[in-house]
Design a protein around this ligand. Sequence first.
Ligand SMILES: [Zn+2]
Length: 218
Amino acid sequence: MTVFNEYRLRQEIIRVTRIVANQGLIRSSDGNLSVRLDENRFLMTPSGLYKMSMEPDDPIVVNENGKVLIGKPGLKPTSEFNMHLEAFRQRPDINAVLHAHPPYATALTIAGLPFPTDYLPEVLIALGDVPVANYGTPGTPALAESIQELIKDHNAIILSHHGSITVGKTLEEALVALERLEHAAYTYYLANNLSTPVSLAAEELAHLRAIGNQIRNQ
Ligand SMILES: [Zn+2]
């Protein structure tokens, strides 16, 4: 079992959080990040902290049940700790979970639209299908349940009326998936404002899907 360098991961959480916040993919104290430290310990962003002010010693170490092992007095782990732990439980192959509130991707679910997979080749290759999880009240086990099955086969999921969850071997991988997801939703939004979007041809979609499955399963 790999044991990760906690000091370095604390710095990485701050770096990635600032990138996510600077891009408007989270606002205020929204969103949360976590990384695996070893088999039973996870480092998570605290609840209620303004994200741009977060410092490297603020993230909290919890065990696989969400019990706090190391944390500054007065800080609690993110209220979405259940969803993070569920992702780690279902995916032993991943080491990072990123929950954000990307506006264009989230707006799709408010408008009752699916994620547009069939319009941009690189999205289909890099992300594959992006499902929308059923609505679950934020900060409750219902949200963890909503991703329980979907996270087994997907690295990016949109949470209905709420935001996104992306996972990866590293936080940067989860960040890249989030950026791609939001950029695709934004481009689709622009196309919709111009005219009716035209999908890629069916054979090309099948081709891209096959390439994507091969790359992502490497
Ligand atoms: Zn949220």
